[in-house]
Design a protein around this ligand. Structure first.
Ligand SMILES: C[S@@+](CC[C@H](N)C(=O)[O-])C[C@H]1O[C@@H](n2cnc3c(N)ncnc32)[C@H](O)[C@@H]1O
Ligand code: SF4
Length: 451
């Protein structure tokens, strides 16, 4: 089948699998925070070493980018900063009571929204408060998301002093026509200046986020964006497929119409040409949507089949426990997931009343745990082993994979299911074959398109 035929066949709505089960299929619409704390305590009892991954969601942004699918809160009132940091630190202390007192933090990521919306001094206070409860391990990986329009040298210096060595800059595209459509104007010169400052200050892993499939995007325009990116040579590049999810309230994806989006063939071509340019210029493709220079720790981990994935994306560290703090943040332990309240006002109210802001979640079944592992394996290493004592129905799985196998995208050899090079763009479709929940809800209304 031609590439165009494959795209037409497999470009369907589907999850990005930062978790399994994916959020719309979680079974606890009202998650009791007390029960969640029991889960946390139990998962720590089972772990010999108490290493935590911590994600802190900092939701505020000064201006709305109309393509954005993140949980954010737009305001120009910076007086909100200190109340929010106080709430996150209160939440951390409330949660810490359920964690082993010998815990330490091996990974910390500040995401958003826009962490650089906050003043450097507030971010310093946040990190000091986090450290006052549990220490960081000696090799802890600390990272943050930075919007070039609000990142100052002071931000970079203060966070570097606190132990941060990784920063990811939101770029998206350099084409002014696209930037206007998504309401996000930022020049190459500005990005260049932030990037150079981060290097001077001592950041050793700089990442750039690009998005293909945005409104008004053209092949030549995006090739220009890739050339600009190559000029700065970031250690890592996230090349995200634009997730068009206008039905999710508050995403702000309203500043353009469907007809402004590149059609699926052009979108795929933009990805393939960009991928080729990156690989030709020395980048290694790791997992889905990600590239890194060969010396980067993520590329090394991928080469050694040691890549992991959680809500924060790909990581080199495997941690049994991910704690999410802040509005909408998600936590994960062996037996389940929990998500915090998604309204900033309600999040603040709950925490300020001394309550954990957990509102929904999922309790894992034994088949959920097996499927979660297979999906992780496929996303991180493009293959997975089906054990002899699998809880999955082999015949059903064979049926679900049969088209991908006959189209030459996947092979099933003895107990190994492997995504072939031609099948890599269709990794989400392969994961969907394992997903036991997709049959129950209409995926069209839940997810962006897979290609
Ligand atoms: C929280 S934002 C980054 C931090 C900062 N707010 C900024 O915009 O620079 C994280 C990244 O998610 C990606 N992103 C946001 N909305 C998206 C969408 N609808 N589809 C694909 N990627 C998206 C963008 O690449 C963005 O840089
Ligand atoms: S892309 Fe970043 S700055 Fe823009 S609205 Fe989303 S989170 Fe905020």
């Amino acid at each position: 089948m031609t590439d165009t035929g494959l795209i037409a066949k497999y470009n369907i709505p589907g999850p990005r699998y930062t978790s399994y089960p994916t959020v719309p299929y979680w079974n606890k619409q009202q998650w009791d925070p007390g029960k969640w704390c029991e889960f946390l305590a139990l998962s720590q009892q089972e772990e010999p070493v108490k290493l935590l991954a911590l994600y802190i969601h900092l939701p505020y942004c000064d201006s709305l980018c109309t393509f954005c699918g993140c949980h954010k809160h737009i305001t120009t009132n910076h007086a909100v900063e200190s109340r929010y940091i106080d709430a996150v630190l209160t939440e951390w202390k409330l949660l810490a009571a359920s964690l082993d007192k010998h815990s330490s933090i091996q990974e910390l990521h500040l995401g958003g929204g826009t962490p650089t919306f906050f003043a450097p001094e507030e971010l310093k206070r946040l990190i000091a408060g986090i450290k006052s409860v549990f220490p960081f391990t000696g090799s802890a990986a600390l990272s943050f998301e930075a919007h070039p329009n609000s990142t100052t040298r002071k931000h970079l210096e203060v966070l570097h002093e606190q132990g941060f060595r990784r920063v990811s800059f939101g770029i998206q595209d350099y084409d002014p026509v696209v930037q206007k459509a998504i309401h996000r104007m930022q020049s190459f010169e500005l990005v260049e200046s932030c990037h150079k400052q981060a290097k001077e200050v001592g950041f050793t892993a700089i990442s750039h986020d690009l998005v293909y499939g945005l409104p008004k995007q053209t092949l030549s325009g995006f090739q220009h964006a890739i050339r600009c990116t190559l000029q700065l040579k970031p250690d890592r590049i996230s090349l995200y497929s634009y997730a068009h999810v206008p039905w999710i309230k508050g995403t702000g994806q309203r500043g353009y119409s469907e007809s402004d989006l590149p059609d699926p063939d052009l979108k795929r071509e933009i990805y393939e040409v960009s991928r080729q340019m990156l690989v030709t210029n020395g980048y290694v493709e790791i997992g889905m949507d990600h590239f890194a220079l060969p010396g980067d720790s993520l590329a090394k981990a991928a080469g050694e089949k040691q890549l992991h994935r959680n809500f924060m994306g790909y990581t080199t560290k495997s941690s049994g426990l991910l704690i999410g703090l802040g509005m909408s943040a998600i936590s994960e332990c062996k037996s389940g997931f929990a998500q915090n309240e998604k309204s900033t006002a309600r999040y603040l109210e709950l925490v300020e009343s001394g309550l954990l802001p957990v509102t929904r979640g999922h309790e894992m079944s034994a088949p959920d745990m097996e499927i979660r592992q297979h999906i992780l394996n496929l996303m991180c290493r493009f293959e997975t082993e089906i054990p002899e004592d699998t809880l999955l129905n082999r015949l059903e799985l064979e049926l679900q994979l049969s088209e991908l196998i006959s189209d030459g995208l996947v092979e099933w050899e003895q107990n190994t299911i492997r995504i072939l090079p031609k099948g890599i763009p269709f990794v989400r479709n392969c994961c969907m074959a394992f997903d036991a929940y997709l049959k129950d809800l209409n995926p069209v209304k839940q997810f962006s398109m897979t290609i």
